[in-house]
Design a protein around this ligand. Structure first.
Ligand SMILES: C[S@@+](CC[C@H](N)C(=O)[O-])C[C@H]1O[C@@H](n2cnc3c(N)ncnc32)[C@H](O)[C@@H]1O
Length: 232
């Protein structure tokens, strides 16, 4: 069981609060880490798969050359994204990472970005399946970038939020997977990727609860990871 994202987007739409704001940390990740460490050229026609785009693509406006597929499971978010897109280098597609994933040819993408989606997959088997799907569609020599919430000893949540078994619950409903960074490292390696960059930022936080804009010291830390599908 996990969050019903489609229902959330429908509620936002009905109350005129559905909008897209580029997540600043992902933009920072692209600009400060991804292009520098991977050598991928965002001014060229590289093929990118963005996972969990929500109501818009991170590659909107700034990136006109890459061929981007932006995937999400929520039709309402995708409908909004399409209505507000004027770029034909971005295709919005519906599908469930770790579940009913769309067909892509093997070895298709130069870069896959986990756009804050992997930590929405709470069940171990879904995460294993998701990483396998990503591995299959990545080109040999291609890169995947992950930003994930990770735990630390000073993490705290106010009721009705509660952390149990690396999962954050809201009033008993599972919301996000927040493990130690070592666990993510192990999952990525087990899927066959080689990790080339991994950093945990104690000062860059991801806010795991809704309705709060200011990060707290007790929020999860931010993990940034870049890994490669080796050429065999
Ligand atoms: C935390 S939001 C991130 C949205 C946006 N990328 C951002 O960073 O602001 C997670 C997004 O992933 C989508 N999502 C959750 N699980 C998914 C899955 N298994 N496959 C595809 N999309 C999923 C949700 O609908 C939601 O839009």
């Amino acid at each position: 069981m996990s969050v019903n994202y489609e229902k959330r987007y429908q509620e936002l739409k009905e109350t005129f609060r559905l909008e897209y704001q580029s997540p600043p940390s992902l933009l920072h990740f692209l600009e400060k880490d991804v292009w520098t460490h991977t050598g991928l050229n965002p001014e060229s026609e590289i093929k990118i798969l963005e996972l969990g785009c929500g109501a818009g693509s991170l590659f909107h406006e700034k990136y006109k050359r890459p061929k981007v597929v932006s995937l999400d499971l929520a039709p309402t978010a995708l409908e909004y994204a399409r209505e507000h897109s004027n770029q034909d280098n971005i295709i919005y597609m519906q599908g469930q990472w770790g579940g009913d994933f769309p067909y892509f040819p093997e070895n298709e993408f130069d870069f896959i970005l986990d756009a804050h989606c992997l930590h929405c997959l709470i069940e171990k088997e879904d995460r294993v399946k998701a990483l396998k799907q990503a591995y299959e569609v990545l080109k040999p020599g291609g890169w995947m970038g992950v930003e994930h919430m990770v735990s630390h000893s000073g993490m705290e949540f106010d009721a009705p939020y509660q952390l149990f078994n690396n999962t954050l619950y809201y009033a008993g409903e599972p919301q996000k997977f927040i493990p130690h960074s070592i666990e993510i490292e192990e999952e990525i390696k087990a899927a066959g990727f080689e990790i080339r960059y991994l950093r945990v930022f104690e000062t860059l936080k991801i806010i795991p609860v809704s309705g709060r804009a200011t990060p707290l010291r007790s929020d999860p830390d931010l993990l940034r990871l870049l890994c490669i599908k080796t050429e065999g």
